[in-house]
Structure formats: structure tokens, C-alpha cells
Design a protein around this ligand. Structure first.
Ligand SMILES: [Zn+2]
Ligand SMILES: [Zn+2]
Length: 304
């Protein structure tokens, strides 16, 4: 084996744990620094860049390196979703009336159930697991009902997987997921740092599951949502695609029977049967018109 091949092999085994644990170590330094948000974004950007390079060095599928014309729309949906969450936080500062009449009664509903005395690592593990229950069902419902599929189809409409697809979600899809996964934690009284850590874990696992890097994840496939499992989830074939709904962990796929990890290379035939509009704004509005929904679910006006 040449040195180059040996390096590639070593990277294919080590890159998942390396990106994940270095990412979390970076997050630790960011969260304990004077500029937690800026520092975290720098760590996150470095991880994205590392995966971008690995995609070129050890791609899972060579063809997925070719542009598909959806890079700009994917980045647009990423920024809109992240921006909206920031805006919601900002709105509560700008409109004190709204805060007083809507948010404060909500805040008062908190129950003091959260085990704040446990070590932070245990609290984060607990939060990731509780959030996963909401993420799992939000995702499964998004695949198994037409009402929610109309929003989630955008994420699956791409024909190649790479790190930039991570944030390609319709904003309505994202809000549904955030609501189901974070409201339970909020009601239990989880403190703010727990939400930060949940966001960090989700951010790093998210870029890992979507990257086009030939990662050998072996035993990790039984615990985490890995690129291998998530490629099956993006398969165009429904029996393969309607599986592996886990966002961070696969414990609920195992419990509720949707875990899928056959002993063969995971699918490269990805995408959906329906059709997604071209362009950022048309994609945003498509789920809100009758004709748009028909296109998304792949049914023409004639044979309705
Ligand atoms: Zn999905
Ligand atoms: Zn995905």
C-alpha cells in the first residue's frame, strides 16, 4: 500500500470521531471564552472547511463533486432558518409588550424538573436524548404525512450529498423540528448552556451526516446518525428512504423499527420522485399552493 493510500485509509476511519470530538472540544473553548458566539462560529466554519477538503480527498461518490445548481438556494435556506431563530430572540427584546403578554406567561409555565446538579456532560447527554425523541417524530411525521412532506421534500430534492446540504431545510420544516425537540427541554427548566451544547452536538453531527466523505463508521452506526445511515435515508427508493430518521442518535430508530443498515454500500441514487421549484423564493412558496404541492408529491394536475 502506498503512503497516500495508507493516509486515505487512516482518514476514512478517523475523520468522523476527529471532526466530532475536536468540534466539541472547540465548542468547549468557545463557550468558556469572552465571545462564545463568534468563537463557536469560527470552530464550526473550520469543521465545515475540513469536511470540504476531505470531500475532495476521499469522496464517497466522485459524481457528487459536480455542481448541481442548488448551492446558492441551499445556502439561502440555511441562512433564512438560522436568521429567523435569531430574529425571534431579537423580537422579544424589541417588543417588550409582546414579551410581557405572550412570553412571560409561557416562561412561568416552566416546571422545575431539570437535574441541574448533575455534571454538565450528563445533562447534555440527557438533553440530546430528550430532544432526539422530538426530532425523530418530527422527521418521521415529515416523511409519512403529505401535509408535512410538502416542506421536508426540499431537503431531499438534491441529487448529491455534500456538506452544504446540511442546512437546506424549508423554514417551516425547521420550526416544526425546533418546536418538538426544544419545547420539552424548556418546560423541564433546562438552563441556557444545555441548549448551547445541544446546538453544538446537532451542528457537528449535521455536517457529518451530509458530507460526501468516505467515512468508515462501523460501531458508530449503532449509536449516532452517521453519513452511511443518512445516505440510505436520502435514497430515492421509499423502502430505503423511509428509514433512519434519527438526527443525532439512532436509539429511536432502533426502538420504533425504522433502523436500516444492510451490509452493502449505501445508496448513491438519491432524490425524490416529485419536483421542487427552481430558485430560492419559488421553493419557499411552493408548499403553499395546490399546484405546488402536486408537483412536490409528484402528481400532475391531470391524474389527481
Ligand atoms: Zn428526511
Ligand atoms: Zn439529510
Amino acid at each position: 500500500m502506498s503512503t497516500n493510500e495508507a493516509v486515505k485509509r487512516a482518514l476514512s476511519y478517523s475523520s468522523w470521531p476527529m471532526v466530532f470530538f475536536l468540534g466539541l472540544a472547540g465548542a468547549y473553548f468557545a463557550f468558556t471564552s469572552d465571545h462564545p458566539v463568534g468563537a463557536f462560529l469560527a470552530v464550526y466554519a473550520s469543521a465545515v472547511f475540513a469536511l470540504f477538503l476531505l470531500e475532495r480527498y476521499i469522496p464517497y461518490e466522485e459524481q457528487w463533486l459536480q455542481p448541481d445548481g442548488e448551492t446558492v438556494t441551499s445556502l439561502g435556506h440555511t441562512l433564512l432558518t438560522k436568521g429567523l431563530v435569531q430574529l425571534a430572540a431579537l423580537a422579544s427584546v424589541i417588543f417588550p409588550m409582546l414579551t410581557a403578554s405572550v412570553l412571560q406567561p409561557l416562561a412561568a409555565m416552566k416546571f422545575d424538573l431539570w437535574p441541574s446538579d448533575l455534571p454538565m456532560a450528563v445533562q447534555v447527554l440527557l438533553a440530546v436524548t430528550i430532544a432526539e425523541f422530538g426530532l425523530y417524530w418530527a422527521h418521521r411525521i415529515a416523511h409519512e404525512t403529505v401535509f408535512f412532506w410538502r416542506f421536508h421534500a426540499l431537503h431531499h430534492s438534491v441529487v448529491r450529498l455534500w456538506v452544504v446540504n446540511t442546512g437546506r431545510f424549508h423554514v417551516a420544516d425547521s420550526l416544526f423540528k425546533i418546536a418538538l425537540s426544544q419545547i420539552p427541554l424548556y418546560l423541564m427548566g433546562a438552563p441556557l448552556p444545555v441548549f448551547w451544547w445541544l446546538a453544538a452536538v446537532t451542528a457537528f453531527i449535521g455536517i457529518l451526516t451530509h458530507c460526501n466523505v468516505d467515512m468508515k463508521t462501523g460501531p458508530l452506526d449503532y449509536v449516532f446518525s452517521t453519513p452511511r445511515l443518512h445516505r440510505w435515508h436520502h435514497s430515492k427508493e421509499l423502502p430505503e428512504g423511509n428509514t433512519n430518521y434519527g438526527e443525532n442518535l439512532v436509539v429511536f430508530d432502533q426502538l420504533f423499527g425504522s433502523y436500516f443498515n444492510p451490509n452493502r454500500p449505501s445508496s448513491v441514487n438519491i432524490g425524490i420522485k416529485g419536483e421542487i421549484a427552481k430558485g430560492f423564493l419559488p421553493q419557499l412558496f411552493q408548499p403553499f399552493t395546490k399546484e405546488g404541492v402536486r408537483q412536490i408529491i409528484g402528481r400532475s394536475t391531470k391524474d389527481n
